[in-house]
Design a protein. Structure first.
Length: 101
């Protein structure tokens, strides 16, 4: 995954549907289960005071009615991802991850 669009298509394959949203505005009516993701950070490793390597971090949230969502299990098994937290809002379960590449 080298670009955000490649990440988007990867998340679509994990979810198994097109209900993947990048920084959705409030006007978007989401369908569930869904994955919402947003850029969280960019970290640079310098060499000779010049960034030679950058790591892009994304916050990825799985939103599902099922508290034992299989999507969470699938996502938790990919490289360079960490599980952050779980919360419930509006009778929907939210599982939040941080992914970097």
């Amino acid at each position: 995954m080298n670009t955000r669009l490649e990440l988007h298509e990867f998340l679509v394959s994990i979810l198994g549907s097109r209900n993947v949203y990048y920084q959705p505005p409030e006007s978007v009516k989401m369908q569930y289960p869904a994955i919402v993701y947003e850029k969280a950070d960019i970290r640079s490793d310098p060499a000779d005071n010049i960034p030679y390597k950058q790591s892009h971090f994304y916050t990825i949230t799985v939103i599902d009615y099922d508290p034992d969502s299989e999507i969470v299990d699938r996502l938790s098994k990919i490289p360079r991802i960490g599980y952050d937290r779980h919360f419930t809002s509006n009778n929907l379960n939210h599982d939040v991850f941080t992914l970097y590449y």
